[in-house]
Design a protein around this ligand. Structure first.
Ligand SMILES: [Zn+2]
Length: 337
């Protein structure tokens, strides 16, 4: 098998695992000579086995941009390909390893959304793992710049880079090496979800059916509306990670009854893609972007593992505003439909 075939297989394997990447989130790159191959913006890793998801980018130019601190310079796509490379292209070029895998693992994010995550990582990771934690920065240029500064200021050459409120990058020379390290980190940090009685709604209120809503395919989504810690997180710390904001909006309204939803829709410019009814469930519009449910599951999985909201740290209002008005992210949402 060629390196590209091995990587394609690996992308599909991690792409179909919703505990590692959700929707169009996460990406993989490899460096071959003067080219960086990276996932196209908006492409799903899960689709790697049935369509081409990679874009070749000029690696020399990327390195020049990093050297001259032009972190917002657009990557130069090779072979006249029209698809945009991932918004994290610069980030991948900064990591020195040949193969770089960037995921948003639930097992890791449960810790990376907490103020004391550095102590948790120190306590739980084996000493053989060399890692670095980078504070939250808006994905793209700001995050690439922060990573470059962090790498410059360390004597280590870390193979694992944790990104607060975002995810992690693992670098290595072979797919096996990356895979092994990735699993090792997840095994050290894994948390079980809090128990919750299964009281998912089996039926959807008639008024919501009439307005085009249906039940989510994955009943886990209902946890957001049924579990009190999850409801508190929606109210106080909805923006746990950028993709929640980018795909689901800055904060959903919590409704008390389906009548309230109907009343809201009557005066709204457009019906929300999903509605959350306290202690009843979550309902999704039938024509919604397929990433909506993936991101709701993502939120439910992280929130369902937090034992308290006391130590949770979410994105600030200005972090959220910077994401909401970002054209690159709107492109990513639409490209992934
Ligand atoms: Zn990411």
């Amino acid at each position: 098998m060629t390196l590209q075939e091995v990587i394609t297989d690996y992308c599909h394997t991690i792409g179909v695992d919703a505990s590692l990447v959700q929707g169009a989130g996460g990406n993989v790159s490899w460096k071959a000579g003067n080219t960086l191959w990276i996932k196209a913006s908006g492409a799903w890793l899960a689709d790697a086995n049935r369509k081409s998801i990679f874009v070749p980018v000029d690696l020399i130019r990327l390195k020049d941009h990093v050297k001259s601190q032009r972190f917002d310079a657009a990557p130069v796509v090779l072979h006249r390909m029209s698809r945009r490379p991932s918004i994290e292209t610069m980030l991948h070029s900064i990591v020195p390893h040949r193969i770089v895998v960037h995921t948003h693992p639930i097992a890791v994010l449960v810790h990376l959304v907490q103020a004391g995550c550095v102590e948790i990582l120190q306590r739980r990771l084996p000493p053989s793992v060399s890692w670095l934690l980078v504070d939250y920065h808006k994905p793209g240029a700001k995050l690439a710049e922060a990573l470059q500064r962090a790498i410059e200021h360390t004597a280590l050459s870390p193979s694992v880079l944790f990104l607060a409120n975002h995810g992690m990058l693992v670098g290595g020379e072979t797919v096996n090496e990356v895979d092994h390290l990735h699993r090792q980190v997840l095994d050290s940090l894994r948390e079980l979800p809090r128990p919750l009685d299964d009281c998912s709604p089996s039926e959807i209120p008639h008024q919501l059916i009439k307005r085009g809503y249906g039940l989510p395919e994955n009943p886990l989504v209902h946890r957001i509306a049924l579990d009190d810690i999850c409801l508190l997180l929606v109210e106080k710390h909805w923006a746990l990670v950028p993709d929640i904001v980018v795909f689901l909006g800055d904060r959903p309204q919590i409704f008390d009854t389906s009548d309230d939803v109907v009343g809201f829709i009557r005066f709204a410019r457009s019906a929300p893609a999903f509605v959350l009814i306290r202690h009843l469930g979550v309902f999704i519009r039938k024509n919604a972007n397929r990433a909506i449910e993936a991101m709701l599951v993502f939120f439910a999985e992280i929130a369902g593992r937090l034992k308290t909201i006391d130590h949770v740290r979410s994105l600030t209002r200005s972090d959220i505003e910077a994401l909401m008005e970002w054209e690159a992210e709107r492109y990513r949402v639409n490209a992934g439909q």
